[in-house]
Design a protein around this ligand. Structure first.
Ligand code: FAD
Length: 482
């Protein structure tokens, strides 16, 4: 007899209740990962596959230190589970909740049909979404009361459930495992057809990489996080999102370590509180996904179903490639391409630009991010896209349309961020004045070889004022249709 430890989006050993309980069972533990493009729901994007490849290798190395190893399989989840169960006479599966509605439904059905004891734990979120409910016992649709409830119920404390101290019993015989390369997780993207992942080398996927990111953040980012997290030119955020996405570190572990740091240095408190509320947004997004399983292709607010999107292939391509002529948008899209990540403030500006300035359907932008972001997350990505588009839960009001020029002046005052990602583009000479920013934009058109657009009179793909008005008019018509 043996127990199955089934890894999904929880690729770590630390602070992992399913790992601890499987080990505590005293039976031989078979750790398994199944690569199934249709489980739980949506095939992974290319950048995510790059990450997963390395994360699985790191997990296998960690397991080998316990005298164990990771069994890798590819194919239909249900079929593979049944084979392994039969082969090893398994009565219990230990795993984590995925909190993806289709995955949750699969687990429940599989347990009922097979008679296997499937023990699931929350290792992914601060709180299981079913535990944080409104007074009327409904799910939250607005962040602030959700966060209040999360705090008042004590879910946002940094307690940790440590790995069991019991010895890890390995099975005497092992099921066959595929070599990692057989999972074919090498990225093949792209419009250019090139392997674009060279710039990803700044990342270290896996549990050890996650812990060193956290320690770096505590030492260098946390203190000024509350005031500086919106500044893409300053490196003050944690860069933990891809690690959290693949469950290489737990949110409680983050809070635990950050709280310990605050105990030693009270000046970190503001940063801690802001950081905790950002982590709570992640929980909130999963709560929204639970309410709307098709979040990446269905408007949370159906009113937006009638939005007259433009089918403009040329504009979409210019956006993807960072060739819109708006320096902050272009730098963001290039950061994404070069590093697999984009700063949150810039994500908001780029997404808003696509949806409101270009009037292109948010689903196209969401899919591009899904393919190119290393942290592409089944809840955070669609929930944030819908938040920006105005169609989501607790969304930004539609009429608040970011001006990419003033956003750049405010959040990248000296142009350092834009200079970093628009390779070869000269640095801003003088700083902070409006005319310096205008010159910067003008130089960018020349640099990109843009011809001034006859109508807009600039090298930008659309004129901000006209685009803004067009978006507002479209929205006004929507409302009239109510
Ligand atoms: P930090 O500022 O250090 O925050 C710590 C953690 O809190 C993050 O790692 C993340 O897990 C969580 N968090 C922070 N902001 C948010 C937020 N707005 N919503 C949900 N969780 C948040 N985040 C993803 O993890 N995956 C995505 O696919 C994703 N897509 C996005 C798409 C758009 C259009 C926008 C506007 C935002 C998106 N975000 C996404 C949220 C946010 O941009 C990233 O989580 C953040 O930039 C990651 O950087 P960090 O780890 O340094 O964040």
């Amino acid at each position: 007899d043996a127990v199955l430890l089934w890894f999904r989006s929880d690729l770590r050993l630390d602070d992992h209740a399913a790992v601890a309980e499987a080990v505590k069972s005293g039976l031989p533990v078979i750790p398994l990962y199944i690569f199934d493009d249709s489980f739980p729901a949506r095939p992974l994007g290319a950048a995510s596959k790059w990450w997963l490849n390395r994360s699985l290798a790191a997990l296998d190395t960690a397991l080998q230190r316990h005298g164990s190893r990771l069994i890798l399989k590819a194919g239909d989840t249900e079929k593979i589970l049944k084979e392994i169960i039969k082969e090893n006479n398994i009565k219990t599966i230990f795993c984590s909740h995925t909190f993806e509605p289709k995955g949750e439904a699969f687990d429940a059905r599989f347990a009922a049909d097979s008679g296997i004891d499937v023990r699931r734990f929350n290792t992914h979120l601060l709180a299981d979404p079913s535990a944080v409910r409104t007074g009327a016992d409904g799910p939250y649709k607005v962040f602030t009361p959700f966060y209040r409830a999360l705090l008042s119920k004590g879910y946002a404390d940094g307690h940790t459930r440590r790995l069991s101290k019991s010895p890890w019993v390995a099975p005497e015989t092992w099921s066959e495992s595929l070599p990692l390369d057989a999972l074919d997780l090498h990225p093949k993207l792209t419009p250019s057809g090139q392997d674009w992942s060279r710039g990803f080398d700044i990342w270290t996927p896996g549990e050890a990489g996650a812990h060193s990111r956290l320690q770096h953040f505590i030492a260098h980012g946390l203190k000024n996080y509350a005031d500086g997290r919106d500044r893409p030119d300053l490196d003050l955020t944690s860069h933990l999102s891809p690690h959290l996405r693949f469950g290489e570190i737990s949110p409680h572990r983050l809070l635990h370590d950050v709280e310990r740091a605050v105990e030693h240095d009270a000046s970190l408190r503001d940063g801690y509180e802001k950081f905790r509320s950002e982590l709570a947004w992640r929980d909130f997004c999963f709560g929204i996904l639970c309410q709307q399983p098709d979040l990446h292709h269905r408007n949370f607010k159906p009113q937006f179903d009638d939005m007259p999107w433009e089918d403009d292939t040329r504009a979409f391509r210019a956006w993807c490639r960072g060739e819109t002529g708006y320096s902050l948008v272009d730098a963001g899209m290039r950061e994404l391409w070069q590093t697999g990540i984009m700063h949150n403030r810039v994500r908001m500006v780029c997404a808003s630009f696509l949806v409101k300035h270009l009037m292109i359907d948010w689903r196209k932008g969401e899919q591009w991010f899904w393919d190119t972001l290393l942290d592409a997350d089944p809840a955070n990505n669609p929930a944030n896209w819908q938040w920006v588009a105005g169609s989501g839960a607790d969304a930004a009001p539609y009429f608040r349309i970011f001006n990419p020029l003033t956003q750049a002046e405010k959040f990248d005052p000296k142009g350092h961020y834009r200079h970093r990602y628009i390779t070869g583009f000269p640095e801003m000479k003088t700083s902070r004045s409006r005319s310096a920013h205008q010159k910067f934009e003008q130089d960018l058109f020349d640099f990109l070889g843009h011809k001034p657009d006859a109508e807009a009179g600039t090298g930008m793909i659309v004129d901000h004022g006209k685009a803004r008005q067009r978006a507002l008019d479209a929205y006004a018509r929507l409302k009239n249709e109510d």
